[in-house]
Design a protein around this ligand. Structure first.
Ligand code: IPE
Ligand code: IPE
Ligand code: MG
Ligand code: MG
Length: 302
């Protein structure tokens, strides 16, 4: 059981949750898998670098809705961060966004080489699914385990992140409608955030109405995350971001500020955030962690 009281601020649990997910990832990376060097080193560099761990925190905050046991949440949190890290490594490759700075350090293909970065990304993704399949805490609930694995697989597959990444590349140098841009953002970024929030619910007894509300919250806050990301590229400096500010402009990306203008992009983020918050109403005090993270997602400075 999770030792927390609703009155206790989620902020006080963040460091504990970050330590748990990093420890679980380190444990998996440390297991004997005969990963040759520098593959193992590139995996570790990519996933245990100084990221915010927002997706694992969403897993833990969603788990607080129903007191899901921490060992079950650790597996989901680690898997989500592993696939996120893989997506960043590939996103930065020369064939994609061609970036050389990530989390304040050289991108994986710069710190190692391109082939090692591609393979490290592949290996991080496979490890995420291996971990979920072999996790002892989930093994006793095979039907829930399959639902969790399916949620993550769909989120990062052709209907989700990878499809969204292709649409994002196709939209470079093109004039796109707001509706098309919204689809890109929901898919390339939103779907994985949605999966992070929905995976713990596979272990809960939710009625259809609550499930719909949680899904609405998860979808909307995923979109807010990427609108904010677009704005940060314009408003923030490279050192604070830990990645190159202005990369979107250099690549002529379709972004909320480029399509709507900065002011309208901010307003859109506020509107989508408000819709996300309304969907959480019936979860009352239990959703305080998700609300705290939503505020961070809307207002974050990096
Ligand atoms: C960056 O995600 C990539 C996007 C989907 C916008 P984060 O801002 O969560 O990156 P890290 O994990 O903190 O580095
Ligand atoms: C990242 O989108 C989406 C994924 C990695 C799947 P961006 O390309 O806009 O994010 P940053 O700015 O490189 O982090
Ligand atoms: Mg990209
Ligand atoms: Mg990028």
């Amino acid at each position: 059981m999770i030792a927390w009281a609703p009155s206790e601020a989620f902020a006080e649990r963040i460091e504990h949750y970050r330590e748990r997910v990093d420890a679980r990832i380190a444990l998996e990376l440390g297991r004997e898998r005969q990963a040759p060097e520098p593959l193992r080193a590139a995996m570790e560099y990519s996933v245990l670098g100084p990221g915010k761990r927002v997706r694992p925190l969403l897993v833990y905050a969603a788990g607080e809705l129903w007191d899901i046991s921490l060992p079950c949440l650790d597996a989901m949190a680690a898997a989500v961060e592993l696939v996120h890290a893989y997506s960043l490594v590939h996103d930065d490759l020369p064939a994609m966004d061609d970036d050389d700075l990530r989390r304040g350090r050289p991108t994986t293909h710069r710190a190692f080489d391109e082939a090692t970065a591609i393979l490290a990304g592949d290996a991080l993704q496979a490890l995420a699914f291996e971990l979920l399949c072999e996790d002892p805490a989930l093994a006793g609930m095979p039907e829930c385990q399959v639902r969790i694995i399916s949620l993550l697989a769909r989120a990062v597959g052709p209907a989700g992140m990878v499809g969204g990444q292709l649409l994002d590349l196709q939209a470079e140098n093109e004039i796109v409608t707001e509706a098309a841009l919204e689809q890109i953002h929901r898919r390339k970024t939103g779907e994985l955030i949605r999966a992070a929030i929905l995976m713990p619910s596979a272990l809960a007894n939710l009625d259809a109405a609550r499930r719909r509300e949680l899904d609405t919250f998860a979808s909307e806050i995923g979109l807010v995350f990427q609108i904010r990301d677009d704005l940060l590229e314009i408003e923030q400096d490279t050192t604070t971001l830990g990645k190159n500010a202005g990369s979107d402009q250099a690549n002529n990306k379709a972004t909320y500020p480029s399509v709507l203008g900065v002011e309208a992009a901010r307003e859109r983020a506020d509107q989508v955030y408000a819709a996300a918050m309304r969907a959480l109403d019936s979860f009352a005090e239990r959703a305080s962690g998700l609300r705290w993270l939503s505020d961070f997602i809307l207002e974050r400075s990096y």
